[in-house]
Design a protein around this ligand. Structure first.
Ligand code: NCD
Length: 307
């Protein structure tokens, strides 16, 4: 059996397409397990995992925690607002203290891009990046690509449009790396002000007209406007954004084909996507959430095997 090439999952940029395929094959097995009446396996028994969240999270934190419980790991949860970080403790001190408690694996979300790389250079535990600022969110990209593979049979050759706040979204960057490594064609769509200048160098098409993007793609991944990361006004109003870039039923009805609709959550209903589309049969948003648990089980299982 092949093994994962890295000790940590810091970003999709550093891993290979073989690593991604290995995660998918492992996740297929775990998905079958978590749909059985007895959902728990002993694969991570005796492994202690610390979930360290310096930024808000609902879905990702619960998904990791559930994945750890299904694998029988011991868990310590730590969130910045209820910890000594609010008393001025530095990241490395916080983590050293947690490691003194003999933690084997750390799942961390942090507002600073590169925070997980920094951590991996200082401590021996396996590190999983659960989102580092505007940089990467690797497990989200893995579960997104896994969900496309499940829905359409494979990722290779599929046309995926990523729509919205490309500049501030870590989901966008990790998705671009993952989809390109798996042989998909990728287009980013959004207003010029929310599009990084270098984006074309990642080998993606750039489009500013939503209808053109929708006509081109097999899958549309609708991203949230990351208002909490915007220190400037990047567009006149949410209403105008929604008129130009919001996905609604009228737009979908104009297409001469059916496309798959994705969203990483949390959804701002009525901004990037209307409720009728988010809840329609074209949407795989809840499948993404379900697959998140199996994919995170796979990642933790494979990294634990790396020591
Ligand atoms: C994303 C994130 O935190 O980057 N959410 C998630 O992890 N499911 C996307 C977002 O916040 O818009």
């Amino acid at each position: 059996m092949s093994t994962f090439s890295k000790k940590h999952l810091l970003g999709i940029k550093d891993i290979t397409s073989d690593d991604i395929e290995l995660v998918f094959e492992t996740a297929d097995n775990f998905k079958a397990i978590i749909n059985r009446p007895i959902k728990k396996v002993p694969s991570l028994r005796d492994i202690t995992v610390a979930n360290i969240f310096f930024e808000n999270s609902t879905r990702t934190r619960i998904s990791f925690e559930l994945a750890q419980k299904r694998l029988s790991a011991d868990i310590v949860n730590f969130s910045a607002s209820s910890s000594s970080v609010s008393k001025g403790e530095t990241l490395i001190d916080t983590v050293n203290n947690i490691l003194a408690m003999k933690v084997d694996m750390v799942v961390m979300r942090h507002p600073a891009p590169g925070a997980c790389v920094f951590l991996s250079q200082h401590i021996g535990a396996n590190i999983i990046n659960a989102g580092d600022g505007t940089h990467e969110h690797p497990t989200q990209a893995l579960l997104d690509a896994f969900s496309i593979r499940e829905k359409l049979g494979s990722v290779r050759g599929k046309k995926v449009a990523i729509v919205g706040d490309i500049t501030h979204s870590r989901v966008a960057l990790s998705n671009i790396y993952a989809l390109k490594k798996l042989g998909a064609e990728v287009m980013v769509c959004g207003p010029t002000t929310l599009m990084p200048k270098y984006i074309g160098s990642l080998g993606v098409k750039v489009e500013h007209d939503l209808m053109k993007a929708l006509n081109w793609c097999d899958v549309a991944n609708m991203l949230r406007i990351q208002l909490e990361r915007q220190d400037n006004k990047y567009f006149p109003s949410l209403r105008e954004y929604s008129m130009l870039y919001g996905l609604n039923k009228e737009r979908l009805d104009k297409l001469d084909k059916e496309i798959v609709i994705m969203h990483p959550g949390p959804i701002n209903r009525g901004v990037e996507i209307t409720s009728d589309v988010a809840d329609s049969k074209h949407s795989i948003i809840l499948n993404q959430v379900e697959n998140g648990v199996a994919v995170r089980m796979a990642v933790m299982f494979l990294l634990a095997g790396q020591g």
